[in-house]
Design a protein. Sequence first.
Length: 617
Amino acid sequence: MPDGASLREEAHAAYQDVDSSSLANMPVQSNVLPQLVASWWPLLYNHVERRRRALITWRWSWLLHWQVLAEFFMPRRWQWLTIVANRMWRGRPVNEAIIDSTGLQAVRVCASGLWTGLMSPSRKWFGVGIVGMETDDIPADGKTWLERVYDVIDTVMHQSNFFVQMAQMFQDETVFGTSPPIIYEDKEDVIRVYLPCPGEYTLGSGSRLNTNTLHRDYTFTILQTVEWFGYEKCTQSIQKMFDDGTMDTEVVICHIIEPNYPLMGPKGQKTDRYPVSRLFPFREVYWVKGDMGSQPLSIRGFHEQPFVVARGGLVGNDPYGRSFCMDALGDAKQVQLESLRKAEFIEKGVRPPMGADPELKNEPASIMPARITYMNTAGGKKGFWALFEPNPVWLQGITADIAAVNLRTEKCLFVDVFLAISRMEGVQPKNELELTKRDLERLQQLGPLVELHETEVATPAINRIFAICQRRGMIPDMPASLQGRTFKIEYQSIMRLAMQASDAVSLKDFLAAMGAASSAAKAATLPDPLRTVNLDQWAKDYAKATHMRTHILFTDDQVQQHDQARAQATQQAHTAATAPGNAMAAVQAAKTLSETSLNNGSALDAIAGSGAFPKGR
């Protein structure tokens, strides 16, 4: 069994300590390697290279599909030749196939709608709780601890690049159907998220059909490589280029995260060799492509899966998801072709192809303004004429068809759902309840994606951040009242928010109606209908529907203590008022009120008439 020090070493990587001063503080050391690591490395290198080649082969058909999707929807996120370093042509134009940008704009609306609906930085989109306990059943110190945990996680997310990368993740998911952000522990920001581009990564699935393997090939400059892994971990060729000052030359870095199982021998024989301790469910290896060297750039273990995978529709055991843009690809191709033909049609009307008399073959001719073309028109013949006369009806037809095709593209990407209010037509909602009901009806279409996002992205990502914060001592100890209980994530999706918004509006309208009914009952001297309403429970349900912090409401025990204290104070006041000395003062006060004349009787009559009984009884 490995000791705690060795486990901490195997769970640590040099890139966790990277900050703005890493290069300045880096001691240059000779490449001295532990003999144990060097003896393991050839076997591990052969394993990761075999796994890498197999994953790349399985990804080939997806890569071809992604290339077409990128061409028509988001060419700037496409990496085709990631295994080639020093590509000096990367700044060339990449969107020349896009003539009509409706599809690209629809991607932005869809991705922004998913981002603000599922992981918005401006609202509370998740909560924390205890398995098997409702919020009302959690003790006061437990609620305080849960709120502290939420504040820590939320603060870490906001001070890092989490939300920025999540916004890009939703764009990748909308277009390509898959996006695998990696969540690393970071020295400066606690966590830092890295999001591979489509074309950089490959994925593998486990037996539960969850994605548990991530491989990627990407390029780093020599300076980036030395800063990320440390000088002493780099290969001799990288160290030499760094020493020579060749800082901006690129190398291809290979990276794999996979379950931590024993390595296979050269002939497929099982071995008992684990690259890291068996206590780590996952392991990670970095190495330079094509350069085995004498050690990996980095090797470490993880206590939990360090990446999540956002996927659209799933089929079988595919590790990659299907996207909305795959459904809209045919429409995107059609609208680009029609837009091109429409432009050609307009140009033929403005600058039509011309016909001319043969005698003008070697003569200067022009249709440009202020230019003269000389021709013989004897006998009434035309010397120069337009071969094509466009019909405006045709232009109207192709324009209408382009609009219809673009509308289909926007429907595939749920633009009508995310812009429902700004594009609302016809009879407008009469009240807030009707508006929330309409929103909930539209959001039903996104139900499967929301549930998949909750189980595969949000919950594991929050658990990963929670674990990092806990290891860094940022999470306070669980109070004694919750000892033995299990911590859980309570995800608040746009579907649940819409339902809760509907509940909040209903609760508010109900109380307003009951208030009006109470006033009417009092005016009619009838029993107050509010006596049938549990206002304490209403307050709890309304606070839950509007996501109020739990410390705003008193617990049941606190309410009971306050009621007892209030009853005791009332009893003491009554006792003091009925004391012999005070009783005579009360009688004298009543006599004074009865002798005080008002328009409708004495002051005592007025007070009695405003009590529980109607005046005159």
